[in-house]
Design a protein around this ligand. Sequence first.
Ligand code: ADP
Ligand code: ZN
Ligand code: ZN
Length: 744
Amino acid sequence: MQYADIIIDISHEQLDRTFQYAVPPELQERIQVGSPVVIPFGKGNRAITGYVVNLTDEPNWDPAKIKPIARIPSEGVPIESHLIALAYWMKSHYGATMNQALRTVIPIKQKAAPKEKKVLHLALEEQQLQDVYTDLISRKRHSIPKQRLFEALMEQPDIPWDVVTGKLGIASTVIRDFEKNAWITIESIRDYRNPLGTIHAPKRVEVTLNEEQEIAVESFAADYDMGIRKPYLLYGVTGSGKTEVYMEMISHVLEQGRQAIVLIPEIALTYQTVMRFYQRFGEAVSILNSRMSPGERYDQFERAKKGDIQIMVGPRSALFTPFPDLGLIIIDEEHEPTYKSEQVPRYHARETAVYRAKLTNASVILGSATPSLESFYRMEQGEYGLLRLSKRVEERNLPECDIVDLRQELMEGNRSIISRRLQELLADRLERGEQSMLFLNRRGMMGFVSCRACGEVLKCPHCDVSLSMHRDGKLHCHYCGYTTPMVSKCPSCGSKYIGGFKAGTQKIEETVQKMFPKARILRMDADTTKGKNGHQDILNAFANEEADILLGTQMIVKGHDFPKVTLMGVLAADMSLNANDFRSAERTFDLLTQASGRAGRGELPGNVVIQTYQPEHYSIVAAAKSDYDDFYKQEIVYRRMMAYPPCAHMLLVSVTSLSDAEAAGKSQEIADYIKEKYPKVFLAGPHDAGIKKVNDIYRRILYMKSDDYEELVAIKDAVEAYNRDNSRYRKASIWFDFDPMSGF
Ligand code: ADP
Ligand code: ZN
Ligand code: ZN
């Protein structure tokens, strides 16, 4: 006999409450996880609808008392079925309870207080506005708030009430006065209905697709019309017009009465990006963002379910929008690590999108200028189609790029962090009144040790990742736990200039200021961006040309456009190469390519200087040429050789506890169990995690590698069961991470 665990109300708080029913033999063929079923419920055996979330051969209690499922409802398959099946897949594919998975996929019903929001709309024609304005300011003692409101309306004819009274500091009496004069109208909208509010988007500039864009859209559409649904890699250089291509594809899918989801990394989810979709599709578009309350999110999902909107734009979680007939999922900047969730279930939006698309017969577009190794590899394996955009829309030249060898600099007597070439170019830009950016790559700065004379980085002899200096004075490998004493001389060249790399942005600012006393320098790092708008204020100031040089960490690299910047200096490019994780070359290539892209965006030609101790490293050489293919070819060899993803799969098990002994005990217990039950699988650890103790919680890790993902899933299930039933360490908990992005 088969038994089904059933949830009866997915919008209910108690998602985790399941009820067990028997599956009658005549229904067995037709019932799967996600199936809606009608069951007799409660004392009166009321017929209600529920969803199957799990199937098992083992009854939870006395089989004689388990009632059978009555029937399968006659109506069509509800949207929830897909999402429940998706949650079930996530639970088994990534490790989570069904409850955790369902909570990720189906938002819990929450009442959002229907907020009233008011918006001011300018009611004057341009000439009228000019006249009234001129008339006002020609008076000697005119009202300054009035003048400011006019000026604000000139810039933006529709302004939310809150902005006027808040940010602009204009009293509501002034607004009411404008309304009385019929200069403006005031509209009340139910705020939660549409987070975009009522916007009068400026008219869209029609674009005619160029030949490459046309080919990409046409081949997608031809496949789609023939019923071919699959994931495609849209591999297009920056500025090649990917967004235009997305929009054409969405149009095609919408014409067939279906809906689309567009995922964009949160950091790139700016007003401008959303506007482009809004201008094209108007009210059919809605957005999600992380600032929304659960109630607001729930409302957006309800609108999607009811068919009020056809396109949802948002970060990772927008993937679960409950559209009735989802036909397309687009993931922009698909290589971004933020697409992997850091909470259980630790799902990757890319794989989850591919699975959801399969359930609803949809296609997936993965767009990037620097694809993840995963996507490029799967494209090569024939799992994903390829759509290529090789040219920039406006044929702008790539900036000229110099690689400076910092070992050479030291040898020739320059001990400062700014190379002579970079000094020369900085001086040139200051003289010409153009802007520069200096990027300190701090990723992976945690404790690695290198030689300043020859560039040698101390690495683990077993894992080919850098060793980290720990407080115990020893060097540790975070992959296999290998340790070795710290050295005082470089094992390669004998120099005594060996140690941890230390240079903060503040120190660099002082150095640069001393070199160029007149330069106006803005520094952007964790210290200077503390305030609420700290981040944006600095970017705005730089955009307004209030400074000559912007110095900062990763924050300055991503997604900002400063047309006046003609020089980008990368101060220590290889820093991120030494991060002790197997994706460090990929991250480095990515960061450097993006950094180079910052110089020469406007009319003026740009320069890039990449300073490094490893000028010959393929990720640096390839980034200097903006040559992804060259990078990929070399990186994939390394991944294959070391059996790292995407060439194989990894399962990371983290054991955490407030007690060091509990964490150590449990991790050893699990390792022993795996070694006995799966003697053939590659197992490393247990050992201390890279950051051993965070917030007083100790963390030990172990990991496995296998060609077969399903084998790792089976191990995960076995470890979970063992931990639940037999573990002697109750004060430690475990979690799983498949193909991790970080966390060693
Ligand atoms: P990507 O996302 O690949 O970086 P975008 O889609 O943002 O590129 O396009 C870059 C710029 O080029 C945008 O301003 C866009 O409006 C413009 N653009 C794209 N395609 C065309 C086209 N066929 N004709 C004219 N302009 C275009
Ligand atoms: Zn050396
Ligand atoms: Zn190692």
